[in-house]
Design a protein around this ligand. Sequence first.
Ligand code: GLY
Ligand code: MN
Length: 463
Amino acid sequence: MFPEPTYTQRRAALCSALDGGLVLLLGNSESPMNYADNCHRFRQDSTFLYFFGLDQPDLAAVIDTDVGTATVFGDELTIDDIVWTGGLPTIAARAAACGVTETLPTADLPGVLARARAAGRAIHFLPPYRAANKLKLMDLLGIAPGEAGARASRPLIEAVVAQRSVKAPEEIEQIERAVDVTIAMHLAAMRMVRPGVSERAIAAEVTRVAEAAGCRLSYPVIATVRGEVLHNHHHDGMLESGDLFLLDAGAEGPLGYAADLSSTVPVDPDFTPRQRLIYDLSLKAYHAAVDALGPGVPNRDVHFAAARVIAEGMKGLGLMKGDTEEAVAAGAHAMFFPCGVGHMMGLDVHDMEDLGEAFVGYDGRPRSTQFGLKSLRLARPLQPGFVLTVEPGIYFIPQLMDAWRASGHCAEFLDFDELDKWRDFGGIRNEENWLITPDGKRRLGEPKPLTADEIAGVRDQPR
Ligand code: GLY
Ligand code: MN
């Protein structure tokens, strides 16, 4: 946990941002894998962590924004529990560590909420993303599970997004530590890459490096020779000569802060000339996006800076044609870059995605429905203290080529016959994590090998 004043100040800021009422924050419960006592690793809700730092299942909290007090609800361990868990600090002792002096049993929560409702006070809650918390809201507030998202408090969502979007120095330090562990994960993987190694072996090593450093994974590892499958979580392939290997893996630090890096390397010691062309183009797009970053710059512009470079490069290769600006406006570049340039990162790898990307990335406005652009999670102007990923990629997706050829989509900007020659190329992505500063930006963590020469240098080192 951070020192106690961090949590007291965060809750005070939340109270000032709201116009009265109670805030009900539900922590997460254990999530069974196949029976009640055999659970997935516990992950606390990120907003609960942000305001209370208590990393323990089955807690809830109420913040009274009119008087500025907070109560933590939870049940002490019984002797039956302690036989299995060992002795643990009491809820009162844990709550004291985040500056909360009032704790009550879980059974008291319905009464507290009922009295507040009877007095006509607002009860603000966030959209639940776990079924268990939807059911809890039904029990506590009588809201049907299917309606809980729509009935969530917009003022609370906006206040939490405003607070969590701007990272404090102690948060940046946590993120940067997670980034450095993540770089060690990527270096370990790069040193293993060669023909005959399995994706599984690399995924296992990447996970080991994270765990050995006291971290966990911030999302499931992508370790694949099929980089064109954007979220490819299968690890059953073998690395073969001529392949590209893409790793997208990040550590989550002990306080819950995430890192998210991607690297692409050749399975052979060097890229083929064709791979090198696309790799260098992807780096050019990456640097164009990074150059565009800065306070006040809409991340939408950062996205288009990368998109333009990719479209220009594809024209040079004869895969695209026509006016670049018109092609990008029509979304033709999304044949190669069908996703967004990056996303917010913090206590969640896609920070606050549970609160709604309209609020996190679009200031509450709807986003584009155009293929490609609709997957841009963060479009609004960047502010000092924002931490985000920059991850333009170039992907050759045979199914997308066939679908667009059949429908004629963007046919004026694409040469489908030329594209067919690249069906088996795969995909490339590089990704780093950036902080927006008052006068620009700063890459978080140590530099990661990016150029072909830097990658070759890492692979020459002994394992
Ligand atoms: N690292 C996975 C993602 O950004 O979606
Ligand atoms: Mn990412």
